[in-house]
Design a protein around this ligand. Sequence first.
Ligand code: PEP
Length: 247
Amino acid sequence: MRKPFIAGNWKMNMTVASGTKLIEELKPLVKDANCDVALCVPAILIPAMKKAAEGSNIEIGAENMHWAKSGAFTGEISADMLKDYGVKYVIIGHSERRQYFGETDETVNKRTLAALEAGLTPIVCVGELLEERENGKTEAVLDRQLKVGLNGIEDITKIVIAYEPVWAIGTGKTATDEQAQETIAYIRKKIGELFCPKCAEKIIIQYGGSMNAGNCKGLMAQPDIDGGLIGGASLKTDFATIVNFDK
Ligand code: PEP
């Protein structure tokens, strides 16, 4: 019932030349995918990567956006600017933005609502720190991130949630299949409580955190894991192996 969705997050990597080369290599490798496929890239690369991905099943997404329509926000990008280039997805609230750029649950909420209003699909990232997991606070952290970050959303099925335990991002330390399944099932249950049980069945929830060509099959076999948000492994053709997890 839920179509799997594998998205890459290039973070602050790649140039026009290296990004175009990778997309050219990926296109034939992912063309028969049974899932939705996207690469979220640095804003300045969007036009060139859109062109490189033309005629393929790879959607190009953004890594962040501001909530205001326009104005005095030096260095920021608006939803309308993303739409100008045919962008469909935008990552919101990645843990690196929370950690290094002062993103809070409140600003995640503003960005998410603005993305939805513009007709974009936000990929909203949630997840606990190592210390929070070790102190048994994972559920409390997720409760807060979901309640505040998703406040006021009319149709929750229009967003994608990425569960990304912060301790697993870029560390090579993946959550076990069971840990990821258990936590994502908890998120789904919580969406049912905060919104509606039917929406909880429909919403796409990805796992993110050192997902790679070797561990993707086990993670994707879990009943509540609908996809992945892939950092490091999306910078190489390994991304295609993840996209083809079911083959
Ligand atoms: C991410 O950036 O969202 C991510 C999961 O990174 P990595 O796959 O490198 O851990």
